[in-house]
Design a protein around this ligand. Structure first.
Ligand SMILES: C[S@@+](CC[C@H](N)C(=O)[O-])C[C@H]1O[C@@H](n2cnc3c(N)ncnc32)[C@H](O)[C@@H]1O
Length: 319
């Protein structure tokens, strides 16, 4: 069975079907995109996506129609930014102050945006694949009893998977937005996560982290929100223990209201991560829904870059 059949067979993958049905009910013109996204997925992949979708339904908490409306709204604001980017070849904002003023400080805006991104975890190929790599390669590759930090947890879905992992010894979350931390807290409550998560309102470039705290850091779609991603990478390197691992997901050419640092080529990201002192274990480039990687390169459109990187054993602590 491929993903296309999911749209017709609600019994096999009921949660994917429920999310898809709500989105198409809200936005019928989006059906083709959804079909393209799910169309090539095989049964194993769909089984894992069904699990993500079950969690998404729990987080939507009976308000799936509202989340579907927020998803449509989020796609609308991203489209406006794409038009701006196509005309100007730059992101609209370039400072954190602008992003705070226009996005992070607006609780209602942030909440819709985060809800929209939550549903994208079922519908956008680049997001579903990045989640799959996180669950299937990154978390299982951590050492036993790992201490885990997520930077920028937003909707909290990634955090739920770390919290579910019995090999994870402790959980922490740092985010610049109080509203995002509230969304994460809310997600953990809805998923009946009983473990304590050490939550901190923190900006990843300016925080002065205690050294050697974590064995695992997850940082997905955050560094493009920073002015100086090298500082964020330095801070995460410092916070990692030697041998500790970082999961990074950063898009190139990906305009959004709160994206301020523009990478135009995946290689720029790989070089920056290596230059900051990490050993790169894996680097995966994921094109957007319906495009090949070759097309994405040729058209200069977004590519999600997932890096799994390691703090070298025996590395000197950064100052
Ligand atoms: C686009 S959301 C990503 C959510 C989730 N990690 C994902 O991949 O779907 C970005 C998150 O990073 C947070 N964030 C943005 N800039 C940040 C910064 N400089 N320091 C810490 N958190 C930041 C935002 O508040 C938000 O929760």
């Amino acid at each position: 069975m491929t993903g296309l059949a999911v749209l017709n067979d609600q019994e096999k993958f009921p949660s994917i079907a429920a999310v898809v049905a709500a989105v198409i009910k809200e936005w019928s013109e989006h059906e083709k995109f959804v079909q393209t996204s799910l169309g090539t997925a095989d049964e194993d992949y769909l089984s894992r996506l069904e699990n993500v979708s079950e969690n998404v339904l729990v987080l939507a908490d009976g308000e799936l129609d509202r989340f579907a409306a927020d998803y449509r709204w989020t796609c609308g604001i991203l489209r406006e930014e794409q038009f701006y980017f196509a005309r100007n070849k730059e992101y609209r904002r370039s400072t954190i102050a602008e992003a705070i003023r226009d996005v992070y400080a607006n609780g209602a805006y942030m909440s819709r945006y985060i809800n929209g991104l939550l549903l994208s975890q079922v519908i956008w190929q680049n997001h579903t694949q990045a989640m799959d790599i996180y669950r299937m390669r990154f978390l299982p590759g951590n050492k036993d009893n790992y201490h885990h930090l997520e930077v920028g947890p937003g909707h909290g879905l990634f955090m739920v998977y770390a919290a579910d992992d019995p090999r994870c010894a402790s959980l922490a979350a740092w985010d610049v937005s109080v509203s995002s931390l509230e969304s994460t807290q809310d997600a953990l409550k809805k998923m009946h996560v009983e473990r304590t998560v050490d939550m901190l309102e923190a900006e990843i470039c300016s925080i002065v982290p205690a050294p050697d705290q974590f064995d695992s850091i997850m940082c997905s779609e955050v560094l493009e929100h920073t002015e100086q991603p090298q500082k964020a990478l330095d801070n995460m390197l410092k916070a990692l223990r030697p041998g500790g691992r970082l999961f990074l997901n950063i898009p190139v050419n990906s305009p959004a209201p709160d994206h301020i640092y523009l990478w135009r080529k995946p290689e720029e990201i790989r070089s920056m991560v290596a230059a900051c002192g990490y050993e790169i274990e894996d680097f995966i480039e994921i094109p957007p829904t319906g495009k090949t990687l070759e097309q994405a390169y040729k058209q200069g459109i977004d590519i999600s870059c997932v890096a799994i990187a390691r703090k070298p054993n025996g590395s000197m602590r950064t100052a």
